[in-house]
Design a protein around this ligand. Structure first.
Ligand SMILES: [Zn+2]
Length: 102
C-alpha cells in the first residue's frame, strides 16, 4: 500500500468520524432542549439520594452525582464519547480533569 493511499484512506476516515459526530451533536442538542423543557430540572441519582449536577464538556453532557460521584450518560452521549475516544486518545483524561479540577 503506497503512502499516498494511506493518507487518502485516513482523510476519508476522518471525514466519516466528523460527519457522524456532527449528527450526534445535533441529536443531543434536540434531546437536551426537550429535557430542559420538562418540568423540574433537578435530577436525582439512580443509585443514592444525591442530586445530579450537569457538566457539559466538548458537546457531551454528563450528569455527576454530588454525593456518590457516580457519572451518568445517555446512550447518545456515550456514543459521542466513544466516537471522540476513537479520534482522540486524550479525551477521557481531559474530561476527568475538567470534572475533578485536578
Ligand atoms: Zn449518587
Amino acid at each position: 500500500m503506497s503512502k499516498q493511499w494511506d493518507e487518502r484512506e485516513k482523510s476519508l476516515e476522518n471525514e466519516y468520524f466528523h460527519r457522524k459526530e456532527q449528527e450526534l451533536i445535533l441529536k443531543l442538542r434536540a434531546q437536551r432542549a426537550e429535557k430542559e423543557n420538562a418540568a423540574a430540572s433537578i435530577m436525582h441519582c439512580p443509585k443514592c439520594d444525591g442530586t445530579l449536577v450537569m457538566h457539559t464538556f466538548e458537546d457531551v453532557q454528563i450528569d455527576r452525582c454530588n454525593k456518590c460521584t457516580g457519572i451518568w450518560l445517555d446512550p447518545l452521549e456515550l456514543e459521542l464519547l466513544v466516537l471522540k475516544r476513537q479520534q482522540n486518545d486524550g479525551w477521557v483524561l481531559r474530561l476527568w480533569k475538567h470534572i475533578t479540577g485536578e
